[in-house]
Design a protein around this ligand. Structure first.
Ligand code: C5P
Length: 224
C-alpha cells in the first residue's frame, strides 16, 4: 500500500509544454508530454495530498483521479496561474517544460506565404517562473524544480544540475538526462534528486510513477 504521508498537504504541480503563439494558427512548442508531472500529481493524491495540476500542452492524458486540473497555454499564462495556485501550498513542483523564448510579436492574422523569404523570427525571453516562485515562496513551502540536461557522461549532467539548483534557488531539483530517446515522450525516466542541503538521491530507471514515488519519499519528511 502507498504511504499516506501527504494527508492534509496542499501540492501544486505544473506539467506539459508551453506553446508560444506566432499567429492564430502557429506556435513554438516543445516535446514535453506532461507524463512526469501527471504522475507526480497522481501519486501525491494517492498519498493523501490535495493536488492542483497546472497543465500546459500535453499528450492525450486522462486527468488523474481526485486532482484539480487547470489548463494553461503560454509561459505567461502558466506564470499567472501558478502564482495564484501556490498561495498556501506546502509543495510546488515545476515539472512543466516552459519555453525560454517567445515571439516578440503575435500576428493578428495568419502569416502569409509571399514570393520573398520571411523576416527572421524575433524572440524575447520569457519570465523564469521557477525563480519567481522561489523568490515569493511562503515560509516552509518546499519548491522543486526539474532540469532536463544533455551530456555524454552522467558527470556532466550532474554538474549542470548542481549549478542549476544553485542558480534557481529551489530546495530540490530533479535532474534527468534527455536526448537520445531519453525522458521526453518516453514512459520511463531516471536521474537524480539534488537537495540544496547537498543531498543526492539516485532515481533509478523506471516508470514515471516510480520516479514520482521516489520524489515524494524525499519531499514528505521535509514538510514541517
Ligand atoms: O533553466 P531550465 O529551463 O533548464 O530550468 C528548468 C526548470 O525551470 C524547470 O523546473 C522549469 O519548469 C522551470 N522553468 C521556469 N520558467 C522558465 C524556464 C524554466 O519555471 N521560463
Amino acid at each position: 500500500a502507498l504511504p499516506r504521508d501527504l494527508v492534509g498537504r496542499r501540492v501544486v504541480v505544473s506539467a506539459g509544454g508551453t506553446r508560444e503563439a506566432l499567429d492564430p494558427v502557429r506556435f513554438l512548442g516543445n516535446r514535453s508530454s506532461g507524463r512526469q508531472g501527471y504522475a507526480l500529481a497522481r501519486v501525491a493524491a494517492q498519498r493523501g495530498a490535495h493536488v492542483t495540476l497546472v497543465a500546459a500542452h500535453t499528450a492525450d492524458l486522462a486527468d488523474p483521479a481526485a486532482v484539480d486540473v487547470v489548463r494553461t497555454g503560454s509561459a505567461r499564462d502558466l506564470r499567472e496561474t501558478m502564482l495564484a495556485a501556490v498561495k498556501g501550498a506546502d509543495v510546488v513542483v515545476m515539472a512543466a517544460a516552459v519555453a525560454d523564448f517567445r515571439p516578440v510579436a503575435l500576428a493578428e492574422h495568419k502569416i502569409k506565404k509571399g514570393s520573398a523569404d520571411p523576416e527572421p523570427l524575433q524572440l524575447t525571453t520569457n519570465p523564469d517562473i521557477l525563480a519567481e516562485l522561489v523568490r515569493e515562496r511562503e515560509p516552509g513551502q518546499v519548491v522543486v524544480g526539474f532540469a532536463a540536461e544533455t551530456g555524454d557522461e552522467s558527470g556532466d549532467v550532474l554538474q549542470h544540475g548542481r549549478a542549476k539548483l544553485a542558480r534557481k534557488g529551489c530546495d530540490l531539483l530533479v535532474v534527468n538526462a534527455v536526448g537520445d530517446g531519453k525522458a521526453f515522450e518516453m514512459p520511463d525516466n531516471a536521474g537524480w534528486l539534488l537537495g540544496a542541503d547537498g543531498t543526492e538521491t539516485e532515481l533509478p530507471t523506471g516508470s514515471k510513477a516510480l520516479l514520482a514515488s521516489r520524489v515524494w519519499d524525499v519531499v514528505a519528511p521535509r514538510l514541517s
